[in-house]
Design a protein around this ligand. Structure first.
Ligand SMILES: Cc1cc2nc3c(=O)[nH]c(=O)nc-3n(C[C@H](O)[C@H](O)[C@H](O)COP(=O)(O)O)c2cc1C
Length: 256
């Protein structure tokens, strides 16, 4: 058993060294075997890899907060940490916060509702003045993208009963009404100047162009299905109230 483990470690290190020799500039390693997709990661093997390669190592797997990141660095010597699941739940994880702040939710809503600025966003009053108004739905963004990220972010903030209601929303206005009522969050609309100042957040929209009456145009297509990952999250949420320790082993397999 021990021998098998050592051989397996050696093989892993060998592969990493070969990848380095073939010109990789850094390596990111998820420290679990394909058979073991949840639970503790193998920090020993990460340390072994780190000690045997010369390019930076980014460690991945099971990190839930900033303390975990520092611990991983200390135990393995890794140069960076990659986080997937936990950052969906709490995008502020690297700031040290343990749960998503209202400010972060507000920020996400603002980003979503300011992907473009259109004259349609301005309501013209009889005195000739115009005012920005919240559009029914953001431009260049699917409901799915808007809603899924909020579902992740609110997972630890909302009590289960409210989460169930929120997770089942299908329309922008349902989400907006909920956010306003429960969290006092409404989209802050940018005017043209603030929109231009925020463009670093819109990295996908580098080529800022005026198309018809919209400032930004982009083709974003996505299917309307929830997808395997999101469906599994909802399923897990139904079963476990606190931790989501789901089995993700089939997540990237096609056709199942
Ligand atoms: C939404 C999402 C999408 C992912 N997409 C991929 C992918 O396309 N290919 C891949 O190899 N891993 C993918 N992963 C796996 C992550 O890279 C990571 O290895 C895994 O989630 C374990 O890290 P974590 O514990 O920080 O979540 C994805 C993970 C998540 C949460």
């Amino acid at each position: 058993m021990t021998l098998a483990f050592l051989l397996y470690f050696r093989k892993t290190v060998e592969i990493c060294r070969q990848i380095e020799k073939s010109g990789a500039t850094f390596l990111t390693i998820h420290a679990r075997t394909p058979e073991k997709s949840t639970g503790d990661i193998n920090k020993e093997v990460l340390k072994l890899i780190k000690d045997n390669i010369n390019i930076p190592l980014v460690a991945n797997g099971g990190v839930k907060n900033l303390t975990d990141c520092y611990e991983l660095k200390e135990l393995t010597g890794c140069d960076g940490v990659m986080v997937a699941n936990a950052i969906l739940q709490n995008p502020t994880i690297f700031s040290g916060r343990t749960e998503t702040s209202y400010e972060c939710v507000q920020h996400w809503v603002d980003i979503c509702f300011n992907t473009s600025i259109s004259p349609k966003n301005y309501k013209l009053f009889s005195n000739g003045k115009s005012q920005l108004t919240i559009p029914e739905r953001p431009t260049n963004l699917t409901f799915q993208c808007f809603h899924h990220h909020l579902v992740f972010m609110l997972e630890k903030i909302l009590p289960k009963k409210k989460r169930r209601i929120f997770n089942n929303f299908k329309r922008f206005h349902e989400v907006l009404e909920f956010l306003k009522e429960e969290m006092n969050i409404v989209p802050n609309l940018y005017n043209v100047d603030s929109f231009r100042n925020r463009t670093p957040l819109c990295l996908d929209y580098d080529d800022l162009v005026v198309v018809d009456d919209d400032f930004v145009s982009s083709n974003y297509n996505s299917s309307n299905s929830n997808g395997k990952y999101f469906s599994k999250i909802l399923d897990c949420d139904e079963k476990h109230s606190d931790e989501t320790d789901c089995d993700w082993s089939n997540m990237f397999l096609e056709n199942d």
